[in-house]
Every structure is written in C-alpha cells, then in structure tokens.
Design a protein around this ligand. Sequence first.
Ligand SMILES: *[C@@H]1O[C@H](CO)[C@@H](O)[C@H](O)[C@H]1NC(C)=O
Ligand SMILES: *[C@@H]1O[C@H](CO)[C@@H](O)[C@H](O)[C@H]1NC(C)=O
Ligand SMILES: *[C@@H]1O[C@H](CO)[C@@H](O)[C@H](O)[C@H]1NC(C)=O
Length: 247
Amino acid sequence: MDRLMCIVLILSFHNLWKGLDAVEQGVLNFVVLADWGGLPFPPYYTAQEKAIAAEMDRLAQSEGVDFVLSLGDHFYFSGVKDVEDPRFKNTFEGVFSQPSLLDIQWYLTAGNHDHIGNISAQMAYSNISHRWNYPALYYDLQFTVPHTNVSVSILMIDTVVLCGNTNDQVQPVGPEDSTAAANQWNWISAKLASSSSSERMMGARMLSAGVGWSVIIPLVTSAVSLRPGSSFPVLSITQQEAWLSSK
Ligand SMILES: *[C@@H]1O[C@H](CO)[C@@H](O)[C@H](O)[C@H]1NC(C)=O
Ligand SMILES: *[C@@H]1O[C@H](CO)[C@@H](O)[C@H](O)[C@H]1NC(C)=O
Ligand SMILES: *[C@@H]1O[C@H](CO)[C@@H](O)[C@H](O)[C@H]1NC(C)=O
C-alpha cells in the first residue's frame, strides 16, 4: 500500500438508457477514495490528503456529491487506538472540513493498516460523527438515482477478513479466521443472488503482492464469479465496465 497516496475517483450514474430528455436524466454522483490516512505524527495529515479534500470541495460545489465510499487505510500506519483517538479529529474531521463537505455521508470499509489497530473503535465512531458510517466489517448500501426508479446496490466488503492481512511487499496467505471468511463469502453470494437492484457494485480493497488498490466494480451477476478457494478474492469480470483506481 502506497502510504502517502490518495485516490479519488468520481463516478456518476446516469440513466442514459432510459431515453429521457437530458434535463430529466437523473445522476447519482459519488466519490470513491482510499489511502488518505495521514501520518501518525503532527500535523497528522499529508499535503496529498489536503489536496483531495480541496478537490472534493470543488466537486461538491460544482457537480454535487451524493456520498463518499472510503475503502480503507483511514489512519496510517496502525489505525486508531480507541474511539477517543485524536486521529479522528486530526486526520479526518479537521481535513475534510470545508462547509460543502460537512453533510456528505461517508461509508467506510477497512484497509490492512486499519486492521492493525482497533476496528471496533472505527465502527463506534459512527455514533459520534454524523457523517461517518461504518456499521459492520461488511454491509450493503442501497441508493436510488434521483428522479428515476433506478436503484443501485453496493456491497462493501472486507478483503482483509477474506484473505488475511498483509504488510508491504508480502502476499496475504489466507484468512486468519476461516469461519469469518466463509461467513462473508456466503453473505456476498447470497446478496448477489437476491439483489433486485438495477445496478450492482462492490466496493472492496484488493490486496496482491504488496500492492493495494481500491476497486469499485459494477456487477452483473451472471458475469462475475467469486472464487473463495484462492488466497485473495478473484473477481472475474467479463463485462468490461470496471473503473479501477490503482497505484
Ligand atoms: C477499541 O475501542 C473501543 C471503543 O473505544 C474500546 O471500547 C476498546 O476497549 C478498544 N479495544 C482495545 C483493545 O483497546
Ligand atoms: C451506537 O450506540 C448504540 C447505543 O448506545 C449502541 O447500541 C451501538 O452498538 C453503537 N454502535 C456502534 C457502532 O458502536
Ligand atoms: C417510477 O415508477 C412509478 C411506478 O411504477 C411510475 O409511475 C413512474 O413514472 C416511474 N418514474 C420514472 C422516472 O420512471
């Protein structure tokens, strides 16, 4: 995981296929980012993280941002200690502090660096910040594209639980808790089988060979196969419509 790297991906869901006039076309705008987690010493943020916040501010004011998906590495290098940890203020609240950003909801899933620290504390912080939403290690989200009947389903998954944690340059060797991993795989399969949303996506942090990247993939059930047997998740996308943010 490139520790100082921040990624912003702006995704828009247009319902262009509905044949509506441009004026009536609904758009769901959201930001996907990861690896923004500052530093464990003053000032606890990086210039890159500040730049990301500035860019989000610009987008929120120009295009509008409906929500943020944050796919891990929120606090370098070892997550947080507890829910009182000043890093929440110094690395998150104090940086993404522009007025345009204050009411945008964040939905989070953990990265390998977060897992080194106290994950329960990151979840508990959902009760303290009105914009921090991290209800469980993995969970699903439902949105409706404004002015349409198009629903969007997003699975937020935890690849550290699925494949084991890893340090830089080291491959994950498999889940620490195989029951927890199996439970999550079953949950993913059940969600993919049952979702009736018009659009499905998965927000995940992928780990491979010491390189981390965050991915958001539009899922078409028939085109995706998840292979729980491998040491890290394999998503076979035959419908080439994936946006990847990689190193
Ligand atoms: C993790 O954080 C929670 C919430 O602050 C706290 O109750 C718990 O004691 C912490 N766990 C450890 C191991 O410090
Ligand atoms: C938030 O607070 C409620 C009520 O105190 C508690 O039941 C719940 O577990 C808390 N949520 C988290 C994520 O800590
Ligand atoms: C959404 O569905 C309702 C009920 O089927 C329908 O009346 C309405 O026209 C639909 N709206 C759009 C924008 O497709």
